[in-house]
Design a protein around this ligand. Structure first.
Ligand code: UDP
Length: 323
């Protein structure tokens, strides 16, 4: 075999959920690293606009497909990255059955594809596997506190099943699998109507409308800027690690603090108002990232205010008319 030719062969990654928020940033990142990228999506929560700018790139291909159904990819692949899933509580509570299907059948189909192609596999899992955690921050060794029949169960249990299936493929079929436990991520291209706290607060602040804090606002979250997250995904994908790894930013704030920070950064006149706390809303969430730091030499570098400024500018561009 011609060694030089082999060395220069471009790697190809299939990204399910490639038109979604994180998926589209990952497509862009891997193209930048010299990969060929195939994005697969059924656009239930993703948006073709997120990848419109990539479609003229000859190394990029989009396939419209629901990964809960059998997947056919004719191209040679090197990586399968399974990011397809609704991820906002408002979205997945509207379509709980599709959410369970993409986490179970979609994970089965993508694992089967990776096995058939004999390639590496990465599952986009979530901090939601920890549920309403009784340990804070959450290390990977924590098993979680999930209500299987609650309104978040469709997402949490689908992802827990997805992790179990991924580990079974690793143990039984010796598939080289990776599991990223992704904590709250934010940045440009979040849908302004996806119901999550960052787009909600920014949209409200830019319109000078009331900022809706749920509960007393003392619950905490830790937000990671999307470019940091994608860098962590890449490091995990090319690593030798098969056990789950937390990826997130350990800077923890109360939701009330978030509201105040966003109000200040958006120079908003909004009032802060309190609304009922949704059922099973986790009281705390913060990643323990010792493992990612040690084994991947990864940690987030974008501070919250810098990341929020970029996100506010991104959302400003999609026409929010001040009232
Ligand atoms: N939240 C809020 N106001 C909103 C939207 C969300 O106070 O308009 C709270 C929500 O109750 C939760 C936190 O913000 O405590 C993060 O919610 P999000 O839906 O972004 O994601 P989660 O981390 O709960 O999956």
């Amino acid at each position: 075999m011609n060694k030089n030719k082999n060395q220069t062969k471009m790697k190809t990654a299939l990204i399910t959920g490639g038109a979604g928020f994180i998926g589209s940033h990952l497509c862009e990142f891997l193209l930048g690293k010299g990969f060929k990228v195939i994005a697969m999506d059924n656009l239930v929560t993703g948006d073709i606009k997120n990848i419109e700018h990539l479609r003229s790139n000859p190394d990029f291909k989009y396939i419209h497909h629901d990964v809960s159904k059998h997947i056919v990819v004719n191209e040679e692949l090197d990586f399968v990255l399974h990011f397809a899933s609704p991820a906002s509580p408002v979205d997945y509570q509207k379509i709980p059955i599709q959410t369970l299907k993409v986490g179970s059948l979609g994970t089965h189909n993508t694992l089967g594809l990776a096995l058939a192609k004999k390639v590496k596999y990465l599952l986009a899992s979530t901090s939601e596997v920890y549920g309403d955690p009784l340990v804070n921050p959450q290390p990977e060794s924590y098993w979680g506190n999930v209500n299987p029949i609650g309104i978040r169960g469709c997402y949490d249990e689908a992802k827990r099943f997805a992790e179990a299936l991924t580990m079974a493929y690793h143990r039984i079929h010796k598939l080289d699998t990776k599991i990223a436990r992704i904590f709250n991520t934010y940045g440009p291209r979040m849908r302004k109507d996806d119901g999550r706290v960052v787009p909600n607060f920014i949209t409200q602040a830019l319109k000078n409308e009331p900022i809706t804090v749920y509960g007393n606002g003392k619950q905490t979250r830790s937000f990671c800027y999307v470019s940091d997250l994608v860098e962590g995904i890449y490091k995990l994908m090319i690593s030798e690690i098969n056990e789950p790894v937390n990826l997130g930013n350990p800077e923890e704030h109360t939701i009330l603090e978030f509201a105040e920070i966003i109000k200040e950064l958006a120079k908003s006149r909004s009032k802060i108002v309190f609304k009922p706390l949704p059922l099973d809303d986790p009281h705390v969430r913060c990643p323990d990232i010792k493992k990612a730091k040690k084994e991947l030499k990864w940690q987030p570098v974008i501070g919250l205010k810098e990341g929020l400024k970029r996100t506010i500018n991104g959302l400003r561009r999609i026409k929010i008319t001040p009232s």
